[in-house]
Ligand binder design. Structure first.
Ligand code: GKR
Ligand code: MG
Length: 428
């Protein structure tokens, strides 16, 4: 089999004004959809975070990918690595999200190849990864401090008749009461049984107060996580962490860097997790040596694909580290890929993060995928089990062209609300 074409489509999806350590989400989040077409007329798809650098790199990668056999994945990824090595090393950046290009390219190409192969052979991606350890994959609620609005064009932003989650999704939530209300609406709608709160945005007293309010409202059987995205100082993280001992399931990236994480971990009896201080295979030796975290958040978009993430799972098992999963704003192709990975890796035992409830657009046939009782259930459909809705793809590509965004920049968006606001690597 040969890959005869590679379609690269940047899209913009509506995204509510969510707060994080880097600022505020813009009305649109950028994603890129990749479709590989083979000489037998079958195609495979994938979705990755979008940016101008990623689009440019995908266009360059196309020269390597087209003409290649999708079965020969190891060789293909090797060729891509060689091609991009000449561009110099990628930096992850200080933002909560990862900005390296090569891992995105690997992920886009590998996932689309696996989808293509599954569709060709009539088997699922989870089967290509070694078969399911579970068919139902648990996801966690993901709460954000937010401003009023549901994202997208302003005239459609607010729906006065909305109720339930649709209503909670558009109102502001900037204190513990707002966060508990957001959690209740999200959990009622999707049945989530674990809850993560994005921190690093407001005074730690409000964020820790929100965790304690969630504990009060949901009781000790609902695991809670707090993620300050590395903008707390070590003392801040330890002092506030003491108040959450026995309350948090895990404390995600309270501080920046492996040394600081190791210091906080020593001082507290709460498991530490990361998607910011240990983010690549090269980071793993120091992570183990320093003991910087208990749990690593996999993310096939950032760890170079699904098979690399399976390898990460095995390394975590070897060194006694837990495994969870990171997420950014995304649509159903990414959700399906995350779920196939979550189904395949036996020790991925924590409920996976997902931003999916915050999204209202979709690019797969049939619209948004179901999360019920907090689970997404892998279907028997081949490949990732999802198909591209071409009309939706064209519409979301038009949104991309119209919205004028080429890169994620939460600082600029935040300055529309607080003109003097600037990103600080350590804020509190
Ligand atoms: O989308 O605001 C966001 C998140 O903060 C995201 O960018 C992070 O990468 O969710 C992520 C995390 O767990 O750090
Ligand atoms: Mg995180």
């Amino acid at each position: 089999m040969r890959i005869t074409d590679m379609h690269i489509t940047p899209i913009a999806i509506t995204d509510p004004p969510l707060r994080n350590a880097a600022g505020l989400h813009a009305p649109y989040a950028l994603r890129t959809i990749v479709e590989l077409v083979s000489d037998n007329g079958i195609s495979g798809i994938s979705e990755i975070p979008g940016s101008q650098a990623v689009t440019d790199a995908l266009i360059e990668a196309r020269e390597v990918v087209v003409g290649h056999d999708p079965f020969a994945l190891n060789h293909l990824l090797h060729l891509l690595e060689q091609r991009f090595r000449s561009h110099g090393a990628d930096a992850r950046g200080q933002a909560p999200w990862d900005q390296r290009r090569l891992v995105h390219i690997f992920s886009a190409v590998e996932v689309a190849c696996l989808d293509l192969l599954g569709k060709d052979m009539g088997c699922r991606v989870v089967d290509l990864l070694g078969g399911p350890a579970r068919e139902r994959v648990p996801f966690s609620a993901y709460l954000f401090f937010k401003h009023e609005g549901a994202g997208g064009p302003l005239e459609f932003d607010l729906d006065a008749n909305a109720d339930g989650w649709a209503q909670a999704r558009q109102v502001s939530a900037l204190d513990p009461e707002g966060i508990v209300a957001q959690a209740s609406a999200m959990c009622d709608e999707f049945g989530f049984q674990s809850i993560k709160l994005k921190g690093g945005t407001l005074d730690p007293a409000i964020e820790v107060g929100s965790i304690l309010a969630l504990r009060e409202a949901f009781g000790p059987d609902t695991p809670l996580r707090l993620d300050p995205n590395a903008v707390w100082a070590v003392d801040t993280a330890i002092n506030w962490g003491k108040k959450m001992e026995g309350v948090l399931e895990y404390y995600e990236d309270p501080v920046r860097g492996q040394e600081a994480m190791a210091e906080v971990r020593q001082a507290l009896s709460i498991p530490l997790a990361t998607n910011m201080c240990t983010t690549s295979f090269e980071d793993l030796p120091a992570s183990i040596r320093l003991g910087s975290e208990d749990i690593i958040l996999a993310d096939h978009h950032y760890w170079g694909g699904l098979r690399a993430s399976v390898e990460l799972g095995r390394i975590c098992r070897t060194f006694g580290r837990g495994l969870s999963m990171h997420s950014n704003s995304h649509l159903g192709i990414s959700l399906a890929a995350m779920a196939h990975l979550g189904a395949a890796v036996p020790n991925l035992t924590y409920a996976l993060d997902t931003h999916y409830p915050w999204q209202s657009d979709e690019v797969v046939v049939g619209g948004q995928l179901p999360i019920e009782e907090g689970y997404y259930e892998i279907t028997n459909a081949p490949g990732l089990g999802v198909e591209l809705d071409r009309e939706a793809l064209a519409r979301l590509h038009s949104s991309y062209l119209d919205c004028g965004l080429k890169n994620r920049n939460d600082e600029i968006e935040m300055q529309k609300i607080e003109p003097d606001w600037t990103f600080k690597p350590t804020r509190w």
